[in-house]
Ligand binder design. Structure first.
Ligand SMILES: [Zn+2]
Length: 261
């Protein structure tokens, strides 16, 4: 239990907020330490750095092993009709690999290469995420919020978040779901917690004051998508806004589902 908020706090900062998004120090209910292993499931290249890059960088500095799964090839992420999807997909894979390396992700990014805009809640996709969970055995999975109501969001984000949630529970946990994994030496695995970035009502906040520069540098690797100076300003303004809710300079916020409860 942590009863104070301070900039010098080196433990991961976790605050449960009330619904009107104001900070009530009495509402601090829990702490979430840097996990041993975390798995990032991102619909497109660049989503993860924007959503959880500061938290991931912080955890890696604290010893967490972080793994990345990129769901789509990102081949349609352009307004240039002359840039073909295959060409863009190849560029975006390299950008994602560079960003992950900068953050300190050690293992190669897993590229599922679903066509951009065509993620489906299918057995194929679910099985791929279940397999990644059984392979990397994360305590925490981070992915994109599937349920946003105030503004429209990309269909791939809805699909990735929902299928990642289902993959965690119950599919990765129970041996007869995708039982073929057992023959490949992959045992069932219980994820403890899933964190959704991009939530309209975040519940859990991490202080990223020490890692925001690294987050921005990682985000800038996605040069095909993001203009550098704009990324810098946007990320700082957003992190500052979230940080003001959490009582720190810069923060990232997440909705949380704990499977242990
Ligand atoms: Zn996206």
């Amino acid at each position: 239990m942590n009863n104070t908020i301070s900039e010098g706090d080196t433990a991961a900062l976790t605050i449960l907020l009330n619904h009107n998004m104001t900070v009530d120090k009495e509402s601090i209910m829990d702490t979430l330490e840097a996990p041993e292993r975390a798995l990032v499931i991102t619909p497109h290249a660049d989503d993860a750095e924007g959503g959880c890059g500061g938290t991931v960088a912080r955890w890696i500095k604290e010893g967490t092993q972080v793994f990345y799964v990129l769901c789509t090839d990102g081949g349609k992420g352009t307004s240039d009709p002359e840039l073909l999807p295959d060409q863009l997909a190849s560029i975006r894979e390299k950008e994602q690999a560079n960003a992950a390396t900068l953050l300190g992700v050690v293992e190669d990014v897993v590229f599922l290469r679903h066509p951009d805009g065509e993620l489906e809640d299918s057995r194929l996709f679910r099985g791929q995420l279940v397999k990644a969970i059984r392979q990397f055995r994360p305590n925490i999975v981070l992915t994109t919020e599937p349920h946003r109501f105030a503004a429209h969001q990309h269909r791939d984000h809805r699909m990735a978040g929902q299928v990642a949630l289902d993959a965690c529970f119950p599919y990765a946990r129970d041996p007869h779901h995708f039982g073929e994994h057992l023959k490949e030496g992959l045992n069932p695995h219980k994820v403890e917690t899933i964190l959704f970035w991009g939530a309209e009502t975040p519940q859990v906040f991490f202080d990223i004051t020490d890692t925001i520069d690294l987050k921005i540098t990682a985000l800038k690797q996605h040069a095909s998508q993001i203009e550098g100076r704009r990324a810098d300003r946007f990320v700082r303004e957003r992190a500052e806004r979230i940080g003001s809710l959490a009582g720190v300079l810069y923060a990232e916020g997440f909705r949380r589902i704990d499977f242990r409860r």
